[in-house]
Design a protein around this ligand. Structure first.
Ligand SMILES: Cc1ncc(COP(=O)(O)O)c(C=O)c1O
Length: 424
């Protein structure tokens, strides 16, 4: 018998990385850092170095690392019940669904494991809707099944979501792809209208584009999309994987505008760092997955809505409400954007900031700065103990935990501005 592998906490960074390189599929370019501990907005690596986290694991640990209420929720639950399978009811799952439904548009919730998973469910639901409401489409050709999405969008890397993701690089090598997708310019209602045909059944859109660079649409965009979907009997799917659960200072990003979607998808923050995805559907669509009406099971997953994850999801909504984190997020987000815009005047390479709440894109001009691309800034920040993200070559992304204090955010922004300005 082989000797037991020593627990990772006893290993150095280089040992952890060497074992990773030997045993894991290296599907992502990782930084040479191994994190071992987190508390609030602070992380500590295997060498004892500390980092201020302004990116929160691509937005997932939305209340920071090891939030005491979430630790308590999962610990309590871990001592009670983990998973029983979805043919039985559990209280945590129902509580999590109630919270999401109450804070959104009163839709009904399906739980899964990731953002892509949630979008996959939404696209399947749209297909059922297109069959139930074929309009002028030819049922022999599949009825209505086409989905319109935006260029520079990100909706996942699964087969159904790759086509919706508005980045051809994501699809490269996976042909033949699932048919029925078209990507059109973001923030242009005309671009959507031009692509509608008798087969179109849904529009999927991020209320604010995340991976595309924190792109905030014009105020008229989402309401116009809603009107167009009503006019043409299309489902409006809002992908709130980045923008959901308070990230933008509202419970859900679309609530910045007078819009009610037919379907909303969640990931990242809804699990606080656990693998949770959710699809929320209003009455127009939800019934099509309802086994009481369809008699056949149309969609399901074994571990979706397991008790441990759901105890955490329900607690996230409670904490955000109890601690007034939506107001806090809006206030700190505005301060951060003002601060960065003010610094842009005398920081070469820094153009300015955009976003809502604590979902902030920092526009860079690599021609004017010391860096060739945004990733160079991220790497320099990491060297100095600041964790941020990037999108493409010229945007930095800030998405700290919603629990960040004003002092912590100030410290991080001071450091970022200093790094951008000092290294020319
Ligand atoms: C808007 C959006 N939708 C969906 C996804 C896919 O989520 P996941 O990585 O959890 O599958 C992402 C991931 O970044 C995303 O940003």
């Amino acid at each position: 018998m082989k000797p037991a592998t020593p627990p990772s906490r006893t290993r150095s960074t280089s040992q952890i990385i060497a074992a990773h390189d030997q045993h894991m599929i290296v599907n992502l370019p990782r930084y040479g850092i191994a994190m071992v501990r987190g508390c609030g907005c602070e992380l500590e690596d295997a060498d004892g170095k500390r980092y201020l986290d302004l990116f929160a694991g691509f937005g997932a640990p939305i209340l920071g690392h090891c939030h005491p209420d979430l630790v308590e929720a999962i610990t309590d639950q871990a001592n009670k019940l983990w998973h029983v399978g979805n043919l039985l009811h559990t209280e945590p799952q129902t509580r999590a669904a109630e919270a999401i439904s109450r804070c959104s548009f009163g839709g009904r919730v399906y739980f899964c494991h990731s953002g892509a998973d949630a979008n996959e469910a939404a696209i399947k639901l749209a297909r059922l809707y297109g069959k139930a409401h074929p309009g002028r489409s030819n049922p022999a050709e599949g009825g209505r099944f086409r989905v319109v999405s935006a260029t520079r969008s990100f909706h996942g890397r699964s087969f159904a979501t790759m086509g919706a993701t508005g980045n051809p690089a994501v699809r490269q090598g996976f042909e033949p792809l699932l048919p029925g997708y078209v990507n059109v310019a973001y923030n242009s209602i005309e671009a959507v209208r031009e692509q509608l045909d008798d087969q179109t059944v849904a529009v999927i859109v991020e209320p604010i584009q995340g991976e595309g660079g924190v792109n905030v649409p014009d105020d008229s965009y989402l309401p116009a999309l809603r009107a167009l979907c009503d006019e043409r009997d299309l489902l409006l799917i809002v992908d709130e994987v980045w923008t959901g659960c308070g990230r933008t200072g509202k419970w859900f990003g679309h609530q910045h505008w007078p819009v009610t979607p037919d379907i909303m998808t969640l990931g990242k923050g809804v699990g606080g760092g656990l693998a949770v995805g959710a699809m929320v559907a209003g009455p127009r669509a939800a019934d099509l997955f309802d086994v009481r009406k369809t008699s056949l099971v149309k969609h399901a997953t074994t571990l979706g809505g397991n008790c441990l994850s759901m105890a955490v999801t329900a607690a996230i909504f409670q904490v955000i409400e109890r601690d007034g984190l939506l107001d806090h997020t809006r206030r700190l987000g505005s301060l951060a954007i003002e601060r960065i815009n003010a610094a842009a005047a005398d920081t070469p390479g820094l153009v300015g900031a955009r976003g809502k709440g604590l979902f902030i894109g920092v526009q860079l001009d690599p021609q004017a700065g010391w860096f060739e691309k945004a990733g160079d800034v991220v790497a320099r920040c990491l060297e100095r103990g600041l964790l941020i993200g990037s999108a493409g070559n010229d945007v930095l992304r800030l998405a700290p935990p919603l629990t960040i204090t004003e002092a912590e955010l100030d410290r991080g922004l001071d450091q970022l501005v200093e790094i951008l300005g000092s290294a020319q």
